[in-house]
Design a protein around this ligand. Structure first.
Ligand SMILES: NC(=O)c1ccc[n+]([C@@H]2O[C@H](COP(=O)([O-])OP(=O)(O)OC[C@H]3O[C@@H](n4cnc5c(N)ncnc54)[C@H](O)[C@@H]3O)[C@@H](O)[C@H]2O)c1
Length: 259
């Protein structure tokens, strides 16, 4: 092996299985495609089972080894059932804890129900998935990777998004704390903090002239990202290239948090 060969495979994911929650569309779907391209077998888990199956079919047609499962990650028993089913197929090595929801509502008018839904998914759902993965890896003495989807809003203020920002702050602290707690078990836990990414979640806001312009002005690169621009960080945090990285929150935000 030449001195360079070891570096040529640092992003290789062949032989690994990755679970992507909320993988039917948007950022999760781009992560699924990128991990497939680097050799991983991928499972898309999404509330919208039909959309997940359609996305999986599309990726399979492109040559990827992708399957789909319906799962509402806000229900801990559904998450446990998902992991039990995956265990029967050999388990998973990499978790992309990506499913999330956002809302832009003035804090003083935020309805109880919306607050509950936000935390059910962005906080409880994220934790259910982390816990289900880690419990099984620890019991099996198996290493693993968890990549949580935080946000710039988990790091700096994001007006009109107080509960969203708070929920992503929780994701940041789940990441740091569980990284330290599970490090002795060989489980690496990191997060990605994207800036604005054009997906179905954000298109409406980005297309409003005033809001779109304000977002561009707060982004050093002057534009939102494409989902594909988040996928490189995801492959990095899932692969051997990041074997000494844990508890970190990698901003992929076009310079938003640098300003
Ligand atoms: N788009 C952005 O600008 C942006 C910026 C920062 C962070 N993020 C975060 O990235 C993640 C993905 O965002 P996106 O823009 O791709 O979102 P999206 O709305 O396009 O996709 C979210 C996916 O999650 C699925 N989902 C929703 N509820 C679920 C549940 N209970 N169980 C399982 N799946 C569920 C949806 O069906 C959908 O397929 C989210 O956590 C979001 O907060 C997005």
């Amino acid at each position: 092996m030449s001195k360079l060969d070891a570096y040529r495979s640092i992003f290789d994911l062949s032989g690994k299985t990755a679970l992507v929650t909320g993988g039917a569309r948007g950022i999760g779907n781009a992560i699924a495609a990128a991990c497939s391209a680097w050799g991983a077998r991928v499972v898309l888990a999404d509330l919208n089972a039909e959309a997940a199956e359609g996305a999986a079919r599309e990726l399979r047609e492109a040559g990827a080894a992708v399957s789909a499962r319906g799962c509402d990650v806000t229900r801990s028993e559904a998450v446990e059932a998902l992991f039990d089913a995956l265990s029967e197929e050999g388990g998973v090595d990499i978790i992309f804890n990506n499913a999330g929801v956002s809302a832009r509502i003035p804090a003083e008018n935020y309805p109880d129900g919306d607050l509950q839904r936000m935390f059910d998914l962005n906080v409880h759902g994220v934790f259910y998935v982390m816990r289900a993965a880690a419990r099984r890896w620890i019991a099996a003495g198996r290493p693993g990777r968890i990549v949580n989807m935080a946000s710039f809003a988990g790091l700096v203020a994001d007006p009109l998004s107080a509960p969203y920002a708070a929920s992503k702050g929780a994701v940041v602290q789940f990441t740091r704390t569980c990284a330290v707690e599970w490090a002795p078990h060989g489980i690496l836990v990191n997060a990605i903090a994207p800036g604005y990414v054009r997906t179905e979640m954000t298109a409406h806001t980005l297309d409003q002239p005033e809001a779109g312009a304000a977002i561009r002005a707060k982004t050093a690169l002057g534009r939102p990202a494409t989902p594909a621009e988040i996928a490189g960080a995801a492959v990095f945090l899932a692969s051997g290239a990041s074997s000494y990285v844990t508890g970190t929150v990698l901003a992929v935000d076009g310079g938003w948090t640098a300003m």
